[in-house]
Design a binder for this molecule. Structure first.
Ligand SMILES: C[S@@+](CC[C@H](N)C(=O)[O-])C[C@H]1O[C@@H](n2cnc3c(N)ncnc32)[C@H](O)[C@@H]1O
Length: 233
């Protein structure tokens, strides 16, 4: 595990938002949108088996209201406290009906916000906790999304994440991530397996970052290198 303590950077709170900005950030596609919704619904249990141990630790002790970036079809509802309220930032409309279904079955009070992570429509310092899993690989500008997460978190609030990242340079996994980058991004709506998200999170201006690198063993080789941890404002 690595721990970094950093000086918080200044937050910008003035934002102008236009619908076309969201279109630039998230390319809604009827075929891939539906495919990804079905894929994560069907594969959710399998993916969770690989990530469960790390997610259980990272998402432990969440407060009663949680903001989730890219909530998908509700993979993380099982980690929320009983009777939790989830504010789901989810720009893919094809995820929404399954997300509602998951909320009913987990007893979660759900509020869906169909906006992108770079323009979260929540006030400054209004959230105790933000979570994400397998999302920072897909957003256009991870730095802008992390600045938004910091903006909506109250001082001392926490961002808990479980994300997949680039493998070490020169390894077979890294070569595979490079070779498959285009078809992978096409199928999984812009997902990149080549991002140094640990570095991005560590340099995002959080007061403290604790994260662990780990590897899973799945047949989806580009997807096997991960980080999980918490960043505190
Ligand atoms: C790989 S899925 C992961 C879903 C879920 N978090 C999970 O762990 O199963 C990526 C999710 O991020 C969402 N997403 C993509 N771009 C986004 C953006 N710019 N802002 C917020 N969410 C985004 C997608 O719609 C999708 O639900």
């Amino acid at each position: 595990m690595t721990t970094r303590t950093a000086q918080p950077a200044t937050l910008t709170t003035t934002r102008t938002r236009a619908p076309e900005d969201d279109l630039e950030e998230f390319d809604e596609h009827p075929v891939r949108g539906r495919f990804n919704s079905a894929f994560f619904w069907v594969m959710g249990g399998y993916i969770n088996r690989h990530l469960h141990q790390r997610k259980s630790a990272t998402f432990a002790d969440l407060p009663p209201t949680v903001v989730e970036l890219g909530a998908g079809v509700g993979a993380n509802m099982r980690y929320l406290p009983a009777h939790a309220r989830l504010v789901a930032i989810e720009p893919n409309p094809y995820m929404h009906s399954r997300l509602r279904r998951a909320a009913r079955s987990w007893g979660v009070e759900l509020e869906i916000r169909s906006v992108v992570g770079a323009r979260i429509d929540l006030p400054d310092a209004s959230a105790d906790a933000v979570i994400s899993s397998l999302v920072l690989c897909s957003v256009r500008d991870p730095d802008a999304v992390l600045a938004e997460i910091r903006r909506v978190l109250r001082p001392g609030g926490r961002f808990s994440f479980a994300e997949h990242v680039a493998a070490k340079a020169g390894t077979p996994t890294r070569w595979t991530q490079r070779i498959l980058r285009r078809p992978w991004a096409w199928v999984f709506e812009g997902c990149s397996c080549e991002r140094d998200l640990a570095g991005v999170i560590e340099s995002a201006g959080f007061t403290r970052v604790d994260l662990t690198h780990y590897r899973i063993h799945s047949p989806f080789l580009p997807f096997n290198t991960h980080i999980a941890g918490t960043a505190t404002t």
